[in-house]
Ligand binder design. Sequence first.
Ligand code: IDP
Ligand code: MG
Length: 150
Amino acid sequence: MRQRTFAMLKPDAVKRRLTGKILSRFEERGIKIIAAKTLMISEELAKTHYGEHSEKPFFNDLVSYITSGPVFAMVLESDDVIAQVRKMVGATNPKEADVGTIRGDYAIDLGRNVIHASDSEESAVREIGLFFDESEFCDYELPDEDIIYE
Ligand code: IDP
Ligand code: MG
């Protein structure tokens, strides 16, 4: 079933010039980029985006970190993309993330774990809506879609 998710490279990834490498992983797998942009997040957007963590002791650090530099936000589409992207991202703590996952390959610190990805259909819809306007979506067919999908 074709599905969309939200993913965002955190400031450590953008500053470390990992955007292209990480994006390539999604592209090479056959995942479609529907929208993407580099932006600075406002404090308000950061607090809303991470609202589920507002009572956690690390909330303030999380908000100040994610607003400290540019992020690269994207909407990705494929079959089962929410679960598949989470799997490619790896465990929250990079020290526990499998080698071969984005966090397992590019990160070491829990607070600098290079990427965010929606964890459910509900959060995907919510987060896509927070970062993107419908007019920013590109609806197109990949020329090799019939090779990637049965
Ligand atoms: P996720 O990014 O894998 O979905 P969440 O539990 O939603 O993980 O946490 C959001 C982000 O907050 C994490 O990616 C991580 O950077 C940070 N974080 C999570 N737990 C802790 C913690 O215990 N201490 C500091 N930062 C944390
Ligand atoms: Mg999360």
